[in-house]
Design a binder for this molecule. Sequence first.
Ligand code: NAP
Ligand code: GLV
Length: 330
Amino acid sequence: MNPLAQPPHYSSEHDPSMKIILYEHQAEAQDWLDDLSRALPEADIRLWQPGDNAPADYAVVWRAPRELFAKRPDLQAVFNLGAGVDAILDIERKEPGTLPPNALLVRLEDSGMAQQMEEYAVYTVLRYLRRMDEYEAIQREHRWEKLEPHPRKTFTVGVLGMGVLGARVARTLTTLGVPVRGFSRTKRQIEGVQTFAGAEQFDAFLDGAKMLINLLPHTPDTEGILNARAFERLAAGAYIVNLARGAHVVDDDLLRAMKTGQVAAAALDVFHQEPLPDNHPFWTTPRIEITPHVAAITLRDESIEQIALKIRALARGEPISGIVDVKRGY
Ligand code: NAP
Ligand code: GLV
């Protein structure tokens, strides 16, 4: 049974045996502590500080430093305050054995992010399909000029990643009347979506697509997947929307493809280095649109509700969903 389907178990008893450390590097760390403490009144929850090596059963973290994980054989699970676990797995990759060997790594599953991704994706598809970005530029020059509409039937949108977020996005895009393709590691079936799986079907997925929306996890297999070779296979004047991780894009290849016109425009939410450095050419390249990693933000109430349910399920010895396969990388 999906533990998320269980009614929450509100214990009025204070169980000092359940200890949770919390690490949120942003200004709202205290708010996270207050809300998590309200959701799990039976637990002792503390903000982790450097030097804190005291016992903990669970860790709830976003972009935590290596020291938090080291020397914690007692940790039963690490809850990541995001869908992507690449930052945590990167620590383990650089220093194998840092993560407690028996701790489960658990990612957020949707918790309000799928709707945000859906909004971003629908917005960009309609913006580019209807050439609104070009009309904005034309208006700035006070020109009255009608552009040839993009034919909807050949405005094929390829969604990379058919997981929690990508599948939701692909399904919604089918309602816009554009052809939708989906790419994943294993074969998925989604009504109205032409699906492709594995490296051997990647070229077929790309061939002639007019737009790519990236929602892959960052793993060694997906790093740099949006590169010159991939751009070449797309329809001329294609659109790139990267909502996953900056490391998926080879920046120089994208800039070159935009120079030749093979890629017409790009909407980028994530970057190799964040914040995007002031001197990065993306800032000044015409038709690159930048948002500061906000495509789907972590919503505190929804995330805490999900994590509290899972911590209680684990404490009862029940299975939970959203466990990361560390070897696979997502
Ligand atoms: P998910 O549920 O784990 O889905 C991952 C999808 O990628 C799955 O369909 C998986 O294939 C596919 N995949 C993994 N490796 C692949 C490979 N080598 N080749 C082809 N397909 C591969 O992840 P999610 O919850 O949808 O999140 C996706 C990513 O979005 C996160 O990892 C994060 O980086 C990013 N994100 C960004 C923001 C933002 O604000 N910009 C917010 C949230 C998340 P299978 O279906 O076969 O397993
Ligand atoms: C945000 O980028 C996430 O992975 O949730």
